[in-house]
Design a protein around this ligand. Structure first.
Ligand code: AMP
Ligand code: MG
Length: 350
């Protein structure tokens, strides 16, 4: 299949591209499009055959449900059984934005879209291209991240093309995304709202709106056989670069000293080494492919760059990645959740 690639100016959207994408979606085929979190791989959420194509293109396990993207509240009412009061408050406060809400699903939503679950995850993205496409087509769009399953999520249209060129009908290139890590997922179907996946919208922000919020214990640390994550996707090894990735935790100078020492040893053995530093520490490193992922004072630059840095290391065929930890700050938990998964939970305390 030939993949149509169209650049699209967010400030001046070419409606002929949106029209073309709409036709593709109506035929039950796939269009990748930008959102503020990562690029999504979209298809008609109410068409089970279209959803099936998403799983095939990504190589995604069929029990890992898709998030439905909407552009207005009446579309939410179309796909859910009921809108609880807490959900209403969350939607009023955070939508459009990087918050996905899990509801009880309406009958109209096929189990092929929800991975067999009777619940459905819904989000209104804060991106003009995404909103225009959903609004214009009036199709509720199932869209997981537009990457091959297991690879880092795509934060540019090039990342999408690298993984899915020839496998999907169209890519809309709206430039690099703004946040760079996937949405926060919160479940409102039973009692206390529960975070199933951390993201830009954190626990504190949610609690200011709906009171006490819990975090699914299964997502906090290393995967535990006895704890099953409520977001099925969280159990898979995700976001992973090809290289062997280890995170070093400890004081700034000790971490740098240790990473320099380990990097030197690997390089002497003939391996290629990538180092993930920050603007504040980048000058402390002496060997290897040294990359600053962003400033610790401006965490959004870190989340925005994270997946791109991992993909660049793949392109450079790095054998080992040695990275700093990014525990602190408002976004720290979401960033570390992704980094730990990418590193397969290999952490060295210095
Ligand atoms: P992605 O769109 O690739 O970021 O993946 C979607 C994420 O949403 C996965 O981790 C899914 O497990 C999660 N998800 C989607 N629908 C549901 C649902 N009904 N209940 C819980 N988690 C969900
Ligand atoms: Mg994904």
């Amino acid at each position: 299949m030939e993949t149509i690639y169209r650049k699209i100016d967010t400030e001046n959207i070419d409606m002929s591209a949106i029209e073309e994408a709409t036709s593709i979606l109506r035929e039950g085929n796939m269009v990748a499009f930008p959102t503020e979190t990562v690029y999504g791989l979209g298809a008609d959420a109410l068409n089970a055959d279209a959803s099936k194509k998403i799983y095939a293109a990504k190589g995604r396990p069929s029990d890992n449900p898709l998030i439905i993207h909407v552009s207005n509240i009446s579309q939410v009412e179309r796909v859910v059984k009921e809108v609880p009061k807490t959900a209403r408050k969350l939607m009023d406060t955070f939508w459009p934005g990087p918050l996905t809400i899990v509801f009880k699903k309406a009958d109209i939503v096929p189990h092929g879209t929800t991975g067999g679950l009777d619940t459905v995850a819904v989000r209104m993205p804060n991106h003009k291209v995404a909103l225009t496409l959903i609004e214009h087509s009036d199709i509720v769009i199932a869209a997981p991240s537009a990457n091959t399953s297991g690879r880092p999520s795509p934060t540019t249209a090039k990342h999408v093309m690298d993984d899915l060129n020839g496998k999907i009908s169209m890519v809309l290139d709206g430039g690099p995304v703004g946040i760079g890590i996937e949405s926060t997922i919160v479940d409102v179907t039973s009692g206390v709202p529960t975070i199933l996946r951390p993201g830009y919208i954190n626990k504190k922000m949610l609690e200011e709106v709906v009171g006490h919020v819990e975090i699914d214990k299964a997502i906090l640390g290393k995967p535990d056989k006895n704890l099953k994550p409520k977001a099925p996707g969280m159990k898979y090894k995700h976001y992973a670069p090809k290289a062997d990735f280890t995170i070093y935790e400890g004081s700034r100078d000790c971490v740098a000293e240790k990473i320099n020492q380990v990097a030197k040893e690997y390089i002497e053995q003939g391996y290629k080494v990538g180092i993930i530093a920050s603007d504040e520490t980048v000058d402390l490193y002496t060997v290897g492919e040294i990359v600053s992922i962003g400033s610790r004072e401006d965490e959004i630059t870190i989340s925005k760059n994270l997946y791109g840095v991992l993909r660049d290391f793949d392109d450079k065929q790095v054998d080992y990645i040695l990275g700093e930890s990014f525990e602190s700050g408002e976004l720290g938990q979401a960033i570390m959740n992704r980094l730990l998964k990418a590193a397969g939970y290999q952490v060295v305390q210095i």
